[in-house]
Design a protein. Sequence first.
Lengths: 135, 75
Amino acid sequence: MTDTEIREYIGQAINENEVMLFMKGTPEQPACGFSLRTSGALNALGVHYAALDVLPDPRIRSELSELSGWPTIPQLFIGGELVGGCDIVIEMYETGELAGKLGVEMPEEPEEAPPAAGADMPAQQGPIALENRLE
Amino acid sequence: MPSTQDLQQRLVSALPGAKVTVEDLTGGGDHFRAEVVSERFAGLSRIEQHQLVYGVFGDEVGGAIHALSIKTSTP
């Protein structure tokens, strides 16, 4: 893939997926603690989201950061807009702001840290296709 | 390798008057957490506040500074 194709693909992923997470690893197997916590927050809210692993090609990360103006991974986009990285997502999860933005209910015990990706994951639709296409 | 003191000083000089606490999360000199309290954040969204902090370090974030966890607030 050329750099331009990667950039277009990223832009398309952000525009076409209401909840789009760029992370290291996958929701099933996060490769970094920050990515784990961020996907864990989404999993805890039970929302469907698309996830793209940035690790297979370093250009994914550089093109993404160029596009978003955000230097680190993970990056969460909702409705085509950058919401933030791990710190912001976790803070918004804890205050209930993230649930509100996503139009879902907070889990019953919001004071607990979001669980890591695991058996209770909602079925994922987007991520698999996304991951395979960039590898 | 950057130290917590380097990061702290650079944040304070970029954001005069800010109260800055930096910790090295792993002891390895590449995963940091910065808590920054600054009047400069007034009126900015959380994203803009974090971008302001990331901006102080430019390309080093993701490079020498592998990870920078940020907490921002106004006094």
